[in-house]
Design a protein around this ligand. Structure first.
Ligand code: NDP
Length: 247
């Protein structure tokens, strides 16, 4: 049994492509009003035009934590509430450690971790307030990764950020359960977006997945919608989704 997202305000970071864009579409299709956050505002505006209604666009570079805080404050001021936050923005490369630049490592933590913390910190009280309203719950969903569940020999920093998201989320889950803020992580396997093409380097054989291939962004958006559309008594805290042939 799923519940409608009519009247729900959902903010999605990294909504300009891939999983975030698909998630924004899927949440809007279930009735949510969506706030779109990313740097590429032309893409966000095109998506907002497609989704219509009260969809809003918020330009932000999440590597700038002050800007991340301001963007979430802008969302709450604009819509007057925040029921669902999807921490989706992120990136990383699968570069062997000895070939990686320190700046690349720090750029990864600045978005995947610092930006996510700034967004989440700012959203906490609005989410608690929303959970006390008629819907009876609020949702904090973070897109982690298969690499947040296991460790592979390349992509050390990407994997470290995603493990950190898992630990952060589980601690928050325990703290916020009493306030009816459901905290969940979704852990995608390899998904057809800009990310694996940008970050794969030579070490990620995208053709090795056989006939069934990669997941589509919509497959992960489905998982987000499943998580946030459960009845208020149900908290789905973790979903791991891999392509059928990913080992
Ligand atoms: P995309 O590259 O298609 O999307 C990444 C999104 O993050 C974009 O909308 C981008 O927006 C946003 N983003 C990146 N850097 C910043 C920044 N500094 N400030 C604001 N927004 C930023 O990749 P995916 O859709 O695949 O990635 C989404 C999430 O899924 C990530 O957290 C990724 O780690 C995770 N994931 C992806 C997997 C995959 O195989 N694709 C597997 C496992 C997890 P813009 O550039 O406009 O700012």
């Amino acid at each position: 049994m799923s519940t409608s997202l009519d009247g729900v305000v959902a903010a999605v970071t990294g909504a300009s492509s891939g999983i975030g864009e698909a998630t924004a579409r899927a949440l809007a299709a279930e009735g949510a009003t969506v706030a779109l956050l990313a740097r590429r505002t032309e893409r966000l505006r095109t998506l907002a035009d497609e989704l219509g209604g009260s969809t809003s666009v918020h330009a932000v570079d999440l590597a700038d934590t002050a800007a991340a805080v301001a963007a979430v404050q802008e969302v709450v001021a604009h819509h007057g509430r925040l029921d669902v936050l999807v921490n989706n923005a992120g990136f990383g490369s699968l570069t062997p450690a000895r070939e990686a630049e320190l700046d690349d490592w720090l750029a990864t933590t600045s978005v995947n971790l610092d930006g996510l913390l700034a967004v989440t910190h700012t959203a906490l009280e609005p989410l608690v307030a929303a959970a006390a309203g008629p819907r009876g719950v609020a949702d904090l969903v973070s897109i982690s990764s298969d690499a947040g569940r296991r460790v592979l020999p390349v992509g050390a920093v990407y994997s470290a950020t995603k493990h950190a998201v898992g630990a952060f989320s589980e601690s928050l889950r325990q703290e916020l359960a009493g306030a009816h803020v459901r905290v969940g992580v979704i852990e995608p396997g390899i998904t057809r977006t800009e990310l694996p093409e940008k970050g794969a380097g030579d070490s990620f054989d995208l053709d090795a997945l056989g006939e069934q291939g990669l997941l589509e962004a919509a497959d992960i958006a489905d998982a987000v919608v499943y998580m946030v559309s459960r009845p208020a008594r149900v908290a789905v805290n973790e979903i791991l989704v891999r392509p059928v042939e990913q080992g």
